[in-house]
Design a protein around this ligand. Structure first.
Ligand SMILES: [Zn+2]
Length: 107
């Protein structure tokens, strides 16, 4: 139960306006379903730039399948495909990739 700031009347949580005086009652912010990732953008980006050819940043972000694919491609192309991980590292650092493998925003 919240209370109207104007008249002091009680307002039930699902109501936005005071029934007594019509004053708009500030609602507490609803908890967002979207949790922030506990993974760091900086760490992920640096992993991508430094050793991204081995998909380490994708393992860090929880993109396991992508990480394995990068290891595989880097192996079969003798490192040429490693540029992919490097570019992803840059994209993470430049805010072009902003979520982890679960779609949660990086911190
Ligand atoms: Zn009121």
């Amino acid at each position: 139960m919240t209370y109207c700031k104007k008249c002091g009347g009680s307002v039930s949580p699902e109501e936005q306006y005071c029934r007594t005086c019509g004053n708009r009652v500030a609602q507490p912010k609803p908890y967002s379903d979207q949790k922030t990732s506990n993974r760091s953008k900086l760490v992920a980006g640096l992993l991508g730039v430094l050793i991204g050819s081995w998909g380490i940043h994708n393992f860090y972000l929880g993109n396991i399948g992508k990480g394995i694919l990068q290891i595989f491609l880097t192996s079969v192309t003798f490192g040429i495909a490693g540029i992919w991980g490097f570019i992803e590292g840059i994209l993470i650092l430049c805010d072009r990739i902003t979520v982890d493998g679960k779609g949660q925003p990086l911190v």
